[in-house]
Design a binder for this molecule. Structure first.
Ligand code: PHE
Length: 332
């Protein structure tokens, strides 16, 4: 009987080690440990043995049961981890898979122009300043020496916001309000450029966009002259467009500068292209910001970044910048 028990245990161990799925495992389990199993059958015979034999056979029975139970647990662990592994494999998602080569993006043409402008001006000693895109009449007009009755106010084709008093709140029609905000918050000497979005009621055409970008420059220091303005514009033009490109100032009018000028750059075919406006900061503007024009002088300039990008890449329609056609954008 002891021999039979050992054989049964060995047989069960062997079959469990060979089992390839959980069904086979439970079949072996009930065959060897279940109600109708060899072990249960032998256990029933224990009663008929004499006490010595019964003790030996009882120990052998326990020993066999322990061996089989251990083998069942081992087999179950092995098969379950295998089953889990198989499930993981079957459900596996390869998140790194790429069906087609994805092209790397790059900065938009206008952002590139703006970044380069900032680099050039920072290299010349300017700091970058910013202001809000929604402005009040004070910052967009009044403090810039454009009172309500001033004819220049109409020429800005302003987009008003329906907030507060009529024509009090607006999308800024130029970056010049940042001049005022800077002078209000900072003592001279001031050397800043302020790039940013600006808005006018213009209908989009080959040379206009209703939402566009400008960059404003402002210098306030002691003894600043028109020569400093002309020299700064010339240095900037050389640094941005290259050595051969020249600049010139043409007399013009802006309420916030006196004298005022328009500045042009030379092109390869000998003609001049208008880039922006500039001038010596009007004493009223300095006074509006609490700066004494007897002690401090300044110059300011402003021009369109989008137009600059158009010139630099010789585009024939400014609307290309906002059409978002990747076939166009990817060329730059
Ligand atoms: N703000 C002016 C415009 O948008 C440009 C300008 C800026 C002119 C600074 C003079 C000085 O037309």
């Amino acid at each position: 009987m002891i021999e039979q028990l050992r054989n049964a245990a060995s047989e069960a161990e062997k079959r469990l080690a060979e089992a390839t799925d959980l069904d086979q495992l439970s079949a072996v389990d009930s065959e060897f440990l279940g109600k109708k199993s060899v072990l249960t059958g032998l256990k029933k015979q224990l009663g008929g043995l004499d006490p010595d034999q019964r003790r030996n056979a009882g120990q052998a029975l326990n020993e066999a049961r322990r061996r089989i139970e251990t083998a069942v647990i081992e087999a179950r662990t092995r098969l379950e981890s295998g089953a889990l592994h198989a499930r993981y494999e079957a459900e596996r998602l390869d998140l790194t898979e790429q069906l087609e080569q994805i092209e790397r993006g790059h900065y938009h043409l206008v952002t590139q122009a703006r970044d380069r402008l900032e680099d050039v001006f920072v290299g010349m000693g300017f700091r970058i300043a910013e202001g809000p895109e929604v402005e009040t009449a004070w910052y967009n007009f009044e403090a810039l020496n454009i009172p309500e009755w001033h004819p220049a106010r109409g020429s800005f084709d302003t987009i008003f916001v329906d907030l507060g008093e009529p024509e009090e709140v607006m999308l800024r029609s130029h970056t010049s309000p940042v001049q005022i905000r800077t002078m209000e918050n900072q003592e001279p000497p001031i050397y800043i450029v302020a790039p940013g979005r600006t808005f006018r009621t213009d209908t989009a055409d080959a040379t206009h966009l209703p939402a566009f970008n400008q960059i404003e420059g402002l210098v306030v220091d002691r003894g600043i002259t028109l020569g400093d303005l002309a020299g700064t514009i010339d240095s900037f033009v050389h640094a941005f467009f290259g050595g051969e490109v020249k600049s010139r100032l043409r007399p013009s009018y802006f309420p916030f500068t006196e004298p005022s000028a328009e500045f042009d750059i030379s092109t390869a075919d000998g003609t001049w292209l208008e880039l922006g406006g500039c001038g010596m900061v009007h004493p009223n503007v300095l006074r509006n910001c609490g700066i004494d024009p007897e002690q401090w002088q300044g110059f300011a300039f402003g021009f369109g970044i989008d137009r600059l990008a158009v010139m630099r890449h010789q585009l024939d329609d400014i609307r290309e910048l906002v059409n978002n056609d990747v076939r166009f954008l990817r060329q730059f």
